[in-house]
Design a binder for this molecule. Sequence first.
Ligand code: SF4
Length: 337
Amino acid sequence: MAEERRLRRAEWFTETEKGWKCTLCPRGCGFPGEGTVKGACRVRGVRDGIPYLPGYGECVSLSMDPMEKKPLYHFLPGEQILSTGPAGCNLTCDFCQNWAISQRDGVPTRFLEPEQLANAAISMGSCGVAFTYTEPTIWYEYIADTAPLIHAGGGVVVMVSNGEVNSRPLKEYLKFVDAWNVDLKAWSEDFYRKHCGGPMKTVLETLETIASSGGHLEITFLVIPGENDNPEEWMEMGKWIAGHCGENTVLHVSRYFPRYRLGKEPTPQDTLRKAYEVFRETLNFVYLGNVDSGGSDTVCPGCGSTCISRVGWLVDTTGLRNGRCAACGGDLNIVSR
Ligand code: SF4
């Protein structure tokens, strides 16, 4: 069974004159009609001329994380979630914070059948499974096989993604994903071209599609000094998010540290505080990540009460009632049990 699963035929491939084209993401990798070749993401490819997933079920890491670490602050706050991901990515960001497992060949993995992963979530007391750490959308077939088992066990499915997925597979994902955190790495196609190797346009389409589907969406923006720290661009980004996804969309503004091929100094914390002020002009829920203190509590935009306070991974939800402000009943765009 394990061998059959490992060789499961991949979806999202079309036949071309020269062989095959993967249609899952905007890179559109081409493959010959014979031989064994991996795509740019290292997770999809052809084997003996047939589309398959060399990375099917090959998990790079498996650990219980706070939901807040994804980061998701408005989805099941305070719960723990079993987290895993594939050994690859369809972007090549030169500041990748997880490059050791996303950008290299030969990363050690452990094969888990869909049933094993879903059962592990139940037996560990997890609220579900988060597909994260690298880029999970390239793992379509494995997640599509596993998600029904997670749901059958009463769990939720979370995706933490770069948003570089084509619209047809995205619409299939929307049928079985309960919550998303998607990166918006800059407000500039030039930035995406120079640093990431993929188009910003696709990410915007992904954000808009998830938001209009009614799925739970949070966005992460990593601020890098001198690269995406222009307040005018922040203002444009905030207006776009508010206009296309809604002013209650959660935005996590996170501090960069030097990793992989980008050796700039860490983002000054004052820059993050400035970004907070700018984004709060258009969005109701803005949080700061990787700062010493502040910017992590959920405050009701209606009455100003603190509904959730966070210190590190400690989460106090006493100001919350049925996902709404306990003081005034205001809508906080929070999914809670
Ligand atoms: S998902 Fe992988 S194989 Fe498919 S087009 Fe994107 S990078 Fe290429």
